[in-house]
Design a binder for this molecule. Sequence first.
Ligand code: AMP
Length: 394
Amino acid sequence: MNKKTIEDIDVAGKKVIVRVDFNVPLDANGKITDDKRIVGALPTIKYLVDKGAKTILVSHLGRPKDGFEDKFSMKPTAVRLGELLGKNVIMAKDVIGEDAKAKAAALQSGEVLMLENVRFHKEETKNNPDFAKELASMAEIFVNDAFGTAHRAHASTAGLADYLPAVCGFLIKKEIEIMGKALANPARPFVAILGGAKVSDKIAVIENLIDKVDTLIIGGGMAYTFLKAKGYNIGTSICEEDKVELAKNLMEKAAAKGVSLLLPSDNAVAKEFNNDSEKQIVASNAMPDGWMGMDIGPVTIEKYASAIKDAKTVIWNGPMGVFEFANFATGTKEVAKALAESGAISIVGGGDSAAAVEQLGFADKITHISTGGGASLEYLEGKILPGIDVLMNK
Ligand code: AMP
């Protein structure tokens, strides 16, 4: 890991602006329904408090248009953070206004200030340099700990680094240490499991991983574009016609590199796209007309579980079927279970696969569940994330 972390800089008595990801879900009454993201930022915040820094937190929440909107206020997150820390968190009335600046200037060592929603300013997502400079003027050090927005070059995720020494917090440190090692120097066999609806969303990931993995497992809706490329009838399964050729090329590339590319050998198929549809299990080379693939079948589950069992590193992104429908969630559940039971270094990308692992209670058996869906996908594509790129090198 060649980027400086919060442990590589002296924060005592310094004003430290920390980009956190407090984009938490709220119910209709503005109550937080899941505080996981706030809990995730605690190690960095506690470290700063313990070291006597003056901590200024900045985050976005939801998608406000432009200007203050009460329903997107950071207030509930400041209250929850205060409860978790066991100390008062000061709430600013604005982001770079008089109130925020006065409260930042008055901060004492060990105190924590939460700024208002940074996206109340449209300059944030435009990475406007004047806005970044105003934000930076309140602090002496920039800590980025919001992996979920690290793939965005916004003022608070990247722009701040033009004006302040920039390091990462513990959350980003963990993300890049674990995923970085898996990509650069994985314990082998290295298996990647990719699922989800579309091939087009995962092309760049497949292309990057095909050079690195020993086995590439394909499931979910995207598998049917591959099965079509093999010349199979896929009934009414989801398929991207314009990606069939690409799927063929990817299979050839995998074969040429000696990468074992696994596709479903059987499937749970349905007549209609709903949970209560008539259902049957069919082999991939015997898919009947008028039926669609909704989940991987039992033979495939066994095949995939066995590859996972033998692996030393596994990366998983995307469900194996339409897991939102209980009758078609078996493949996704069984893959999650196999991953939890394997002794491998296991990494789950954000989004649906992370939710599946958490709902099933396997989260504590997974080495790392990424805190960013889009960001972790871009990381797996081999892209340089702007919010990490701007950090100081060691
Ligand atoms: P993604 O966001 O690309 O990871 O895709 C997740 C979505 O893919 C989920 O909403 C799943 O319901 C959907 N999906 C998975 N398998 C299938 C399938 N066989 N047919 C249609 N949609 C699927």
